[in-house]
Design a protein around this ligand. Structure first.
Ligand SMILES: NC(=O)c1ccc[n+]([C@@H]2O[C@H](COP(=O)([O-])OP(=O)(O)OC[C@H]3O[C@@H](n4cnc5c(N)ncnc54)[C@H](O)[C@@H]3O)[C@@H](O)[C@H]2O)c1
Length: 389
């Protein structure tokens, strides 16, 4: 396959990692790199034989690219994706696809418009956890009806521990104007994406958040979200960046049993009879449905999760195959994050689809009241991301 001529925009923690992957890939030709910070650009680009740009639009204009990977702070995902799509350049956008649903809506509109003149245009999102064998297996089991009628999905994901040093490494981090949120916008997009990928979107959301409770930040670092689904299922997201040791445990309960994904282990408590059937027919008050516990084995993931997403993107451009995640699907995780925050700030239950204008107004209000003024983080060193995913 002829490698896809690609440029990377944003060369911080994530973009520099994408550059390493692309440089080693046989299906990608890393042709150009871009960062608004000239020192960062030189630091990373000097390791490769590539063109260098401090302006992404100039790079898209001059570098004869087929594709770009966008790894900038969140708000820039929207204008940069729209600019690339409008030029017929394929886009792989980092998570979250946008900060709020109105921005993602604009990106989807731009994609639909661009496809009229470039019908094969690809627009993917970096949801690398969807490539993990464990989540693919869980999806296969749920889609296959293993659990029957779904009752509850409870995700305790408190393993996103972040230090004050982490928040201080970027002037955009943990601010309403720079990042657009905290744990919901930066760490949890992966969990929220998997949640809606596996279980669909709820119809109502309640959210409770703590703002800068454990860190000196102006955004949320502890959250509980409650999701009410049309089929009666209730979901819970419990998350924070302040807990160590943290937990990453998802319990999926259906009438036929309970799937538990706890760290790297997956077990299925298989009911010998539907719990509803048992409840309706038992002739005793305190019995329980008998169940057996099965351990679900999945092969280890190979080849690097981000690299898998990027190379699948390149193959999809050449061969028309599927992406790991279509960027427009990213609106699901953004809507869940926005809805939790909206519920927290208004004290009300939020209906989905979210009122995007109301949320954008709320966000603008938070930005206008922001008092955080961080120092210039232009010289911040990239962090090693290998332990963070
Ligand atoms: N998929 C994952 O697992 C994962 C992990 C970490 C970060 N991310 C995402 O990657 C993105 C970047 O995060 P990071 O941790 O690398 O941030 P970072 O602050 O380390 O790097 C961002 C870089 O973008 C540059 N930049 C800012 N605006 C720009 C613009 N308009 N054009 C070109 N360059 C620009 C900055 O100078 C900086 O070097 C975020 O969306 C983040 O959520 C994803």
């Amino acid at each position: 396959m002829k490698p896809v001529r690609t440029g990377i925009i944003g060369l911080g923690n994530m973009g520099s990692s994408h550059a390493r992957d692309c440089n080693e890939s046989e299906v990608i030709e890393m042709a150009a790199l871009c960062d608004v910070n000239p020192d960062k650009l030189d630091e990373i680009a000097s390791q490769y034989d590539v063109q260098r740009y401090t302006d992404a639009n100039e790079m898209m204009e001059k570098a004869n690219l087929e594709a770009v990977i966008i790894a900038t702070p969140h708000y820039d995902h929207t204008p940069l994706s729209i600019s690339a799509l409008g030029r017929g350049i394929h886009v792989m956008c980092e998570k979250p696809v946008g900060v709020h649903v109105n921005d993602v809506g604009k990106m989807i509109d731009a994609y639909e418009k661009a496809k009229k003149s470039h019908p094969d245009l690809k627009f993917g999102a970096m949801f690398q956890q969807r490539t993990m064998n464990s989540w693919r297996k869980i999806k296969e089991m749920i889609d296959g009806g293993l659990l029957g009628r779904m009752v509850r999905a409870t995700w305790i994901v408190t393993s996103w521990f972040r230090t004050q040093y982490y928040y201080d490494t970027g002037s955009w981090r943990a601010t309403w104007g720079g990042e657009g949120g905290g744990v919901l916008l930066n760490q949890c997009p992966h969990n929220l994406d998997l949640y809606q990928w596996l279980l669909g979107m709820p119809e109502r959301v309640n959210g409770f958040a703590s703002i800068g409770k454990y860190h000196d930040i102006e955004v949320e670092d502890e959250v509980t979200g409650v999701f009410h689904h049309a089929n009666g299922m209730v979901g819970h997201l419990i998350t924070t960046t302040a807990e160590s040791p943290g937990t990453n445990r998802l319990e999926l309960v259906g009438e036929n049993g309970r799937l538990i994904i706890d760290g790297n282990s997956i077990t299925f408590d298989r009911n010998e009879q539907s719990m509803f059937e048992y409840s309706n027919t038992a002739e005793q008050g305190f019995g329980r449905v008998s169940y057996i516990t099965e351990t679900i084995e999945v092969p280890a993931d190979e080849g690097g999760l981000h690299r898998t997403v990027t190379e699948t993107f390149a193959r999809s451009i050449r061969e028309g195959s599927s992406l790991v995640a279509e960027a427009p699907e990213g609106i699901g995780s953004v809507a869940l994050a926005n809805a939790i925050l909206m519920s927290h700030f208004t004290g009300k239950t939020v209906d989905l689809p979210l009122d995007g204008d109301a949320y954008e107004g709320l966000l603008q209000d938070l930005i206008s009241k922001s008092t955080i003024r961080k120092g210039d983080a232009a010289n911040a060193k990239n962090l090693d991301l290998s332990d963070s995913f």
